[in-house]
Design a protein around this ligand. Structure first.
Ligand SMILES: C[S@@+](CC[C@H](N)C(=O)[O-])C[C@H]1O[C@@H](n2cnc3c(N)ncnc32)[C@H](O)[C@@H]1O
Length: 269
């Protein structure tokens, strides 16, 4: 079984091989049933950007940015000063930097291979926004919240679109190593409130479940077009996406948009 970074390397290679134009990897935000999955995926990013209230002079850090597709969308929609990305997949980082170059965005955008929990190259209190679109369930959350709070300026926002286990699966979040990182909203909130004030939590499970189910169908349709070594990772994603789709439908899994504000520079721990 490939590790997470290796899996996302494979997803990126597949997207490049298939020459897929919009390389998102999220469950989307459904406005109407006629939208394509790509439109829904783009909409999820737009919802995050809206909540982030991005200004022309902002320095933004985007963690778990996938192929960087969301950041090129951001650059089309909003003026900002600088964007720095962190992602553990080397292939995705290379691709995002290559695309930034082609789009003449290289002076404003740079993507690094690195963990969201360790952004040493970013100075304390130097960033206006941290974005985390559908990726925080991979993170060691307590370390990530602390790191995001370290790099954010006072008054800066951490904005997430985030998947967690519902209250009825709390036992799984408490006991399973595999699902511990997803956590539950209540448990995660307790952790982030050491560093942040909660400005908004919006449950969007209802508008996400259609996209989660569609992702499964899309993966299964595409599978025969891919080389054998890549298929295993996609099959695994199809399986976990099916579980997410089912979980959202049964209220066992929840999807939220979350806005957190750093209100002070010193913390209890
Ligand atoms: C489900 S994808 C979401 C991609 C993108 N945000 C999107 O919506 O299309 C999760 C991303 O998180 C990245 N990732 C996983 N663990 C990470 C970590 N500890 N630090 C930074 N990125 C990570 C993966 O490489 C992948 O790019």
């Amino acid at each position: 079984m490939t590790d997470v970074a290796g899996q996302y390397d494979h997803f990126q290679i597949s997207y490049e091989t298939l020459e897929k134009e919009k390389k998102y990897l999220n469950y989307g935000y459904t406005l109407n049933p006629h939208q394509t999955l790509e439109d829904k995926q783009e909409q999820l990013c737009k919802e995050v950007f809206k909540l982030a209230n991005i200004q022309h002079n902002h320095i933004i850090v985007d963690v778990g940015f996938g192929s960087g597709e969301q950041d090129f969308l951001l650059a089309d929609l909003y003026p900002f000063s600088q964007l720095i990305g962190f992602n553990i997949s080397q292939r995705q980082v290379e691709y995002a930097n290559y695309r930034a170059g082609i789009k003449n965005l290289g002076d404003r955008m740079i993507f690094y291979q690195g963990e969201a929990e360790r952004m040493e190259r970013i100075a304390d209190s130097s960033v206006d926004r941290v974005l985390a679109i559908e990726c925080a369930f991979y993170f060691d959350r307590p370390r990530f919240y602390k790191e995001a709070a370290r790099i954010l300026k006072k008054g800066g926002y951490l904005v997430l679109s985030d998947i967690t286990l519902g209250p009825r699966l709390k036992w799984l979040a408490d006991n399973s190593t595999k699902y511990k990182r997803a956590g539950t909203l209540k448990k995660n909130k307790k952790q982030w409130e050491y560093y942040f004030q909660t400005r908004l939590i919006r449950n969007i499970s209802n508008v996400t479940k259609q996209g989660a189910q569609e992702s499964v169908f899309q993966i299964l349709r595409t599978l025969p077009k891919l080389d054998q070594p890549l298929r295993g990772d996609w099959l695994q994603l199809a399986l976990s996406s099916q579980l997410v789709a089912l979980g959202l439908r049964l209220h066992l899994i929840q999807y939220h948009l979350i806005v957190l504000e750093k209100v002070k520079n010193t913390f209890k721990r």
